[in-house]
Design a protein around this ligand. Structure first.
Ligand SMILES: NC(=O)c1ccc[n+]([C@@H]2O[C@H](COP(=O)([O-])OP(=O)(O)OC[C@H]3O[C@@H](n4cnc5c(N)ncnc54)[C@H](O)[C@@H]3O)[C@@H](O)[C@H]2O)c1
Length: 321
């Protein structure tokens, strides 16, 4: 599918993943509209040359109008896991209600294509590693419930109404654009913020919990393919790397890359940190979407450190320090 001149809507486009996706779409020549309520997203994250609508996916009439005006919708808008755990109703209204609005609008407009961004949170504590898409799911948080509900609605609309939908299950995405000032940002951005301020990164729990960390450019590529491939319709895809990394290892790598003279410290685990190990199988995504992650954790972290340094000390970065 050619993206040049195609009208594309990105909900949640001012956030971390969304703004990276939007930047890529603009580079591909697409005509992009972003719908975002700026809950965590920021207008400054967005490149020039796009249309920005400040509003919520909970506004059914607005969503209906916008979806109808675009051939393809990437639906990323969501309340995050921390907000969701604190306020499940808010999560329900945005993550489930907002997704239903997008799907109803896509159907009303004559079956527009929708890509939904789900989460590997739906696997909870897996029985086997690496995790396949059709493995047992265990929903340990209201966020996992709402992200899975969105996916299930996508698949039900595909089966019931032939609505062309695809879901991607992201695993711990990190990279440039993940703003440490966002109180809900991921662990990489948090550790890096501490290290660049000369402070020790604080690990919740013993640090032996593991995750599958995915570099943002790889996640964006998989998301684009999910929206353009003939083989993605009615399917759910893991987006990860197949590499398991313990949080202790992540902290050690970041300490080495930044050259900080600190050792990580530990504190109590948070209520949202109830998943011990996670690494996903990406074979289905590789075969169907012809996608492989290209950026190793170390390379991705290097690029993230450079980006974060340049933001913190623009003058130093310009001088090549
Ligand atoms: N970053 C990850 O590691 C990760 C992992 C799994 C799933 N996801 C999913 O990917 C998507 C993007 O996540 P992100 O990391 O970029 O988070 P983010 O918080 O940076 O982006 C979410 C965006 O949605 C917007 N938003 C929230 N509620 C909205 C509403 N009611 N109406 C319109 N906009 C709204 C926010 O302002 C923000 O710009 C989300 O659906 C998230 O569940 C992300």
């Amino acid at each position: 599918m050619q993206l040049r001149e195609r009208p594309i809507l990105v909900t949640g486009g001012a956030g971390f993943v969304g703004s990276n996706l939007v930047t890529r779409l603009v580079r591909e020549g697409a005509r992009v509209t972003v719908l975002d309520d700026l809950f965590t997203g920021r207008r400054e994250n967005l490149p020039d040359g796009i249309a920005f609508v400040h509003g919520s996916v909970c506004d059914a009439a607005l969503v209906e109008r916008l979806v109808a005006d675009h051939e393809l919708t990437f639906h990323l808008a969501a309340r995050n896991i921390v907000v969701s755990t604190r306020n499940p109703r808010e999560d329900f209204e945005t993550n489930i209600g907002g997704t239903l609005n997008v799907l109803l609008a896509a159907r009303a407009a004559g079956n527009r294509r929708v890509v939904y961004t789900s989460s590997t949170s739906v696997y909870g504590n897996p029985r086997h590693l690496p995790i396949n898409e059709d493995d047992h799911l265990s929903l340990l948080t209201p966020y996992a419930v709402s992200k899975l509900a969105g996916e299930n609605y996508c698949m039900a609309f595909y089966e019931s109404y032939d609505l062309p939908t695809t879901a991607v299950r992201y695993s711990n995405i990190f990279g440039p654009g993940q703003d440490p000032a966002n109180p809900y940002c991921g662990v990489v951005a948090k550790f890096l913020e501490s290290l660049l301020a000369g402070k020790a990164p604080v690990i919740h729990g013993d640090g032996n919990q593991s995750r599958d960390f995915t570099f943002i450019d790889d996640a964006v590529e998989a998301t684009l393919l999910a929206g353009t491939s003939d083989r993605s319709l009615g399917e759910v895809f893991n987006v990860g790397t197949g590499v398991e990394t313990r949080v202790n290892e992540l902290a050690a790598t970041l300490i080495a890359l930044t050259g900080a003279r600190v050792t990580a410290s530990h504190t109590d685990r948070r209520d949202v940190d109830n998943i011990r190990r996670r690494v996903v199988n990406i074979e289905k995504t590789r075969r169907a979407l012809r996608w492989v992650p290209e950026v190793t954790l170390e390379e991705g972290l290097k690029r993230t450190v450079e980006w974060q340094r340049a933001r913190t000390t623009p003058a130093a970065a310009r001088a090549g320090a």
